[in-house]
Design a protein around this ligand. Structure first.
Ligand code: XMP
Length: 525
């Protein structure tokens, strides 16, 4: 295991992904985790991430007391990246000073000493890297050597092979460092001696083992299916592990897309042979959301109602089978976990929750069902790979993500205002169908329409209208953690705008969201 200690860099999750793409399992936890949480995981390599802090600030986050001694005595390799390097230098007796020359963006570095990081690259080899630091290493701790410097003469890479401590001032994980992947590969395989062996097949076997180990032979499990990639793959996996002791439920909460309920139930039974019970809970959800405008409160209400529905479903099963299901399967992904529980002290979110994803932060504390979240450590593209191994049809795997709180986070403000949900459903269907017709669906990570709670003046059929605005949102992304807005051609946008205004009563204006994530998020709430 390669363990990444997160100090709040916006690139931390990328390090995790890059290492996994080299077929080595990696996990990311808060950089201020107690020593026990680190040692329990028994990593052979620990990477200290970058972060927005300066080691000179008293409250800047650091690894726990005893970490260095533990690494030294267990022969654990430690690599510091950017802030992580500065932490190592400062904590091991070197000096980091506030930089006279700052380095942000593209920089050239030159290898000064042949070393494991650079494989067979000779002294004098130059490469372009991505830097992002204000502080600089002024004096190395005893036993450390500089192995590369930047064009400004600043320390760019260091090593202490005897103690197995290494450091890079630049970010090898970003694509702006073209030789970065090679450097990580050399480091993990040549320097640390790891072998590539982590495959989705192993994840599958491991998860099945874990599920069989925790769910007793007479215990039953329920699974909330949304029809999306994550819950579908999670259900298929759990079904493989425990067979018909899995009971799937699909909840119509009134916040679904156009004809979603019919489409999901039909395809599940036809393509996946998973029996699904459909529960109509439209009134239950909508009545609880009446008048609620705060996005976080909406999310919490929805999370709570879902659990009430699942509890009731579990009771029904108990009546039928005489035994109450003890577990609930959820398709929670790693980014959901990271975003709902940012690492303490990480500057990324200043310990603030960005959004309570309803299947993570929004769960009530008194929930009786225990959770099975077999995808909790995976990124979306990894879930798709797993789905392929499980023979989940491509049509499921390629579906755009749809958030747990559904259209509630796409009708801004009160979802019960007028016929907002119906308007949104119709406009969204036109947009998505147009994207499919244009052959763009698979090029886009996620596309949807947002209903804005404002009215604007328009003129339709020579009549003044005072109707709603909808926004088109389409983004490309690798994992939902960062995203770019998708650039449609004019003709496409003209057609969609016309179709929506001509076919959806109550809409007289269509706008497009042209913001990336960050600074925005993908969903508007
Ligand atoms: P944001 O809006 O946070 O979304 O940039 C990132 C990805 O997560 C989806 N999303 C959710 N998924 N429960 C989910 O299962 C939620 O509460 C939730 N909120 C957002 C979003 O659609 C995007 O793909």
């Amino acid at each position: 295991l390669v363990l990444i200690l997160d100090y709040g860099s916006q690139y931390t999750h990328l390090i995790t992904r890059r290492i996994r793409s080299l077929s080595v399992f990696s996990l990311c936890i808060s950089g201020t985790s107690p020593l026990k949480s680190i040692t329990e995981l028994n990593p052979s390599v620990v990477i200290l991430s970058g972060g927005p802090h300066s080691v000179h600030t008293p409250e800047s986050p650091s690894f726990p007391a005893g970490f260095v001694e533990w690494a030294d005595s267990n022969g654990v390799f430690v690599l510091g990246i950017c802030y992580g390097l500065q932490l190592i230098v400062q904590r091991l007796g070197g000096e980091v000073k506030i930089g006279e020359k700052q380095e942000y963006g593209r920089m050239e570095i030159e290898v000064e000493k042949a070393c494991g990081f650079f494989g067979s690259k000779k002294v004098g080899h130059k490469q372009v890297v991505w830097m992002s630091h204000g502080d600089e290493v002024a004096m190395l701790p005893d036993g450390f050597q500089v192995v590369a410097r930047s064009q400004q003469g600043l320390v760019a890479a260091v090593e202490n092979p005897l103690r197995k401590f290494y450091g890079l001032q630049y970010h090898p994980e970003v694509t702006h460092t073209p030789e970065g992947m090679e450097t990580l590969r050399y480091f993990l395989f040549d320097v640390c001696g790891l072998t590539a062996g982590w495959k989705m097949e192993n994840v599958l076997d491991e998860e099945i083992k874990v599920i069989r180990g925790s769910v007793g032979l007479d215990e039953h499990v329920i699974c909330a299916l949304s029809g999306g990639v994550d819950s579908t793959v999670a259900a298929t996996l759990v079904h493989k592990a425990i067979g018909d002791r899995l009971h799937c439920v699909f909840v119509d909460n009134g916040l679904l897309r156009y004809k979603e309920r019919e489409r999901v139930i039909e395809t599940f039974e036809r393509d996946l042979h998973l029996p699904v019970t459909c529960i109509d809970a439209v009134d239950q959800f909508i009545s609880k959301l009446k008048g609620v405008t705060d996005p976080e409160i909406k999310r919490k209400i929805i999370g709570k109602e879902f659990i009430c529905v699942f509890d009731a479903f579990a009771q029904d099963i108990e009546h039928k089978l005489g035994t109450k299901p003890a577990y609930l399967v959820q398709g929670t992904l790693y980014p959901d976990v990271i975003e709902s529980c940012p690492p303490p002290g990480s500057g990324r979110t200043h310990s603030h929750t960005i959004k309570s994803h309803h299947n993570v932060g929004g769960l009530p504390k008194d929930m009786k069902l225990k959770l099975i979240e077999p995808l909790k450590l995976l990124f979306k593209d990894e879930v798709r790979q797993l789905g392929r191994i499980l023979n989940v049809p491509e049509a499921f795997l390629k579906r755009h993500p749809f958030p747990g709180p559904g259209l509630a986070v796409r009708v801004l403000g009160d979802v019960t205002q007028g016929n907002s949900l119906d308007v949104l459903r119709q406009a969204d269907e036109i947009f998505i169908q147009s994207i499919k017709d244009a052959g763009l669906y698979d090029l886009i990570w996620q596309a949807f329409v947002v209903f804005l709670p404002v009215r604007t003046v328009g003129v339709q059929g020579d009549q003044r209208t005072h109707s709603h605005v909808v926004a088109l949102r389409a983004v490309t992304s690798e994992d939902g953690m960062t995203a770019d807005w998708y650039y449609f051609d004019h003709k496409f946008l003209i057609d969609v705008s016309q179709k929506i205004c001509n076919n959806v009563r109550g809409v007289n204006r269509v706008v497009q969201d042209i913001t990336s994530k960050p600074p925005s998020t993908i969903e508007w709430e």
